[in-house]
Design a protein. Structure first.
Length: 72
């Protein structure tokens, strides 16, 4: 992870690791391609990825994720 202008930026692998055990690098790549996750020189901001992850996790669409099932 690197810090630029007070924000943490990481590669897809680093972001997946920081966001939780059920987040994969492929998911982060899909967020970049489909949700507009900012990417510069192979790095994306952690706070933006976390906001997308939260929106996806709390969405009623798709299958429940492992963390959602554990909370139920």
């Amino acid at each position: 992870m690197i810090r630029i202008d007070g924000r943490e930026w990481g590669t897809v692998e680093q972001l997946a690791e920081r966001l939780g055990p059920d987040i994969t690098p492929a998911m982060v790549r899909r967020w970049r391609d489909r949700k507009g996750l900012t990417t510069r020189a192979g790095y994306s901001p952690l706070d933006e990825a976390a906001a997308i992850e939260h929106a996806v996790r709390t969405s009623p669409r798709g299958r429940p994720r492992r963390l959602d099932l554990a909370a139920a």
